[in-house]
Design a protein around this ligand. Structure first.
Ligand code: ZN
Ligand code: FE
Length: 253
């Protein structure tokens, strides 16, 4: 399976999964860029995969399925207006045309029904985990979001993280504010600046890179705990409190 980004809106990535002329897309918020990609590549659309109900992830689906009546795999608990094949936590789904099997992981927090897709070293995580960041906690609790991130963090460290937005540069600036002495953050910033400067995506990253640089996975790092303690005015009582304090800090900027 080949994976390529299709750019949409300002900073969204619609991920294109290709195998032998067949193409599945993840989170097509717009139809136009997908249709242009299909025209250029000559691929046949075989499936659509959806992580959550936000418009910048599902907005293009109606137009795509009107042209190509393909199955739409997505959450059980939301986006029912577009999803034809609702998926439960732990389900395995074989994407027709690709023949790749994905495991579904419930990751509530950004939205309550948000799911992620994992297959053999690749993760499509929508707006849950970003390069050096994580999605806003719109619907769930801090505890739900932290637990969701912990589930993703339990995947193999070499897993490639395909998130849905190019937010890495600004996330790394925040990461540096949280942990000014973390050299891995500065090294990653330099690398990402170079990629973006060359017009290339900063994603996918690996989970290992995220462990080293992402403050929203580093609730056990002494520097992140110390930052949370300063924000809270007392030591955080647990990982959720650490995560929550950092997330609220980010929201306040
Ligand atoms: Zn979203
Ligand atoms: Fe989004």
């Amino acid at each position: 399976m080949q994976i390529e980004p299709i750019k949409a809106f300002e900073d969204n990535y619609i991920w294109a999964l290709r195998r032998e002329g067949q193409l599945a897309v993840v989170d097509p918020g717009e139809a136009g860029p997908v249709l242009r990609f299909l025209e250029t590549s000559g691929d046949r659309l075989c499936a659509i995969m959806v992580t959550h109900r936000h418009g910048d992830h599902i907005g293009g689906i109606a137009e795509l399925v009107a042209r190509y009546p393909v199955p739409v795999f997505g959450p059980t608990r939301e986006a029912a207006e577009v999803v034809t094949h609702p998926l439960r936590d732990g389900a395995t789904v074989c994407i027709p045309g690709l023949d790749d099997e994905f495991t579904v992981i419930d990751v509530p927090g950004h939205t309550l029904g948000h799911i992620a897709f994992y297959s053999d070293g690749v993760l499509f995580c929508g707006d849950t985990l970003f390069g050096a960041g994580c999605g806003r906690v719109f619907e769930g609790t801090m505890a739900q979001m932290q637990a969701s991130l912990a589930r993703l963090a339990a995947l193999p460290p070499e897993t490639l993280v395909y998130c849905a937005h190019e937010y890495t540069q600004s996330c790394l600036r925040f990461a540096h504010t949280v942990e000014p002495d973390n050299a891995a953050i500065d090294a990653r910033s330099a690398k990402v600046d170079e990629l973006i400067g060359a017009g290339r995506p900063s994603v996918p990253s690996t989970l290992a890179e995220e462990f080293a640089t992402n403050p929203f996975l580093r609730w056990q790092s002494p520097a992140v705990i110390a930052a949370a303690a300063t924000l809270l005015g007392h030591a955080p009582v647990n990982d959720v409190a650490t995560f929550g304090a950092i997330r609220l800090w980010r929201d306040s900027l």
